[in-house]
Design a protein around this ligand. Structure first.
Ligand code: BV8
Ligand code: ZN
Length: 266
């Protein structure tokens, strides 16, 4: 008879054993890991997409048609993110990567919170091992829609009219947030790095993603193809759940420290 999902404690213990035994780990994260930092997810209740359809704003056609509205949304998100800090889920992943040395963090998020967690947890040391592969770009960077030059994004963008939107100092074309929009290809170098690392991992730890957006949602499958296992941490079932050896229901902020922190942590 189906006993239903294993008791969280038993599943958590099995997941901890798998992580501790793993030589190489790839973590793939989505908006759910930043939810406890106060950043709305995309598809959950009160999500970012709630009042819009993704294609309406996070798409090049939208920027062509109405750059002011697109910038209004991104400027609002930049301000929201600037007021947020990493949560215990980001911190635990950063500590694992800094301690374990063979962990790669791949994130779909553009909020930069994994990088901030890496810097804080490194405590003045080298944060590099915990700096994530950002497959969908970074909201805090600007990209020129004309010549492609990148620059740090401003937090005081005047979005009242197209005339006040930020322009490139090199070619005067409109700047855009340096993120990958729907219908845009992910950077080949970044994407192949993510798939290559997942294809060498013993464990792919997937946290806080609905696993609906491709090609990022397929990254964990590279671990399976290589004979590794998928461990999922999420609030709900996703299309990845059936591929996961262990799927833990609960919040990343609570489960990741319980799953990843070393036994000897104070
Ligand atoms: C491409 C950056 C090809 C921007 C993002 C049909 C029509 C049109 C397109 C397609 C189609 N079918 C497939 C596609 C391709 C499309 C796609 O996958 N669409 C989906 C929606 C069907 N993909 C693309 O367009 C990609 N490009 O395919 O290009 C190509 C090739 C060559 C040449 C030209 C083109 C580009 C996709 C990238 C889009 N950009 N973001 C921005 O942020 O503004 S995607 C966006 O969604 C974010 O990056 C986000 O991370 C990502 C995925 O969402 P999630 O992170 O999973 O967030 P979500 O809210 O969905 O889920 C949160 C989960 O967390 C939930 O499960 C929830 O239960 C859980 N949770 C909540 N709280 C917690 C928690 N879990 C743990 N703890 C908690 N506390
Ligand atoms: Zn330019």
């Amino acid at each position: 008879m189906n006993q239903g999902p294993p008791a969280p404690a038993e599943a958590l213990a099995r997941a901890r054993a798998a992580v501790q035994a793993a030589g190489r780990i790839v973590a793939v994260t989505g908006a759910g890991i930043s939810a406890e930092s106060g950043i709305p997810t995309f598809r959950g209740a009160g999500g970012l997409w709630r009042s819009f359809r993704p294609e309406d704003l996070a798409a090049p056609e939208a920027f062509q048609r109405d750059p002011r509205t697109v910038w209004e949304w991104y400027a609002w998100r930049r301000g929201l993110i600037a007021a947020c800090v990493p949560n215990p889920g980001h911190d635990a992943l950063a500590r694992l990567a800094l301690r374990q040395g063979h962990t790669t963090i791949v994130t779909q998020n553009v909020d930069g919170l994994h990088t901030r967690a890496a810097e804080i947890q490194a405590g003045g040391g080298d944060p590099t091992p915990a700096i994530p592969v950002e497959v969908h770009g970074a909201i805090d960077r600007d990209l020129c829609s004309g010549c492609g030059v990148r620059s740090p994004g401003s937090h005081s963008i005047e979005v009242s009219s197209v005339e006040t939107l930020p322009r490139c100092v090199v070619c005067d074309a409109l700047l855009r947030p340096d993120v990958i929009w729907f219908g845009e290809a992910l950077e080949t170098r970044v994407l192949s790095q993510a798939f290559s690392m997942a294809g060498q991992a013993d464990v792919c730890l997937v946290a806080g993603t609905s696993a609906l957006v491709h090609p990022a949602a397929s990254i964990p499958l590279a671990t399976l193809e290589h004979g590794g296992m998928v461990v999922e941490v999420n609030m709900e079932d996703t299309p990845l759940t059936r591929h996961a050896a262990i799927s833990l229901r609960g919040s990343a902020g609570a489960l990741l420290p319980a799953l990843l922190d070393a036994d000897d942590l104070p």
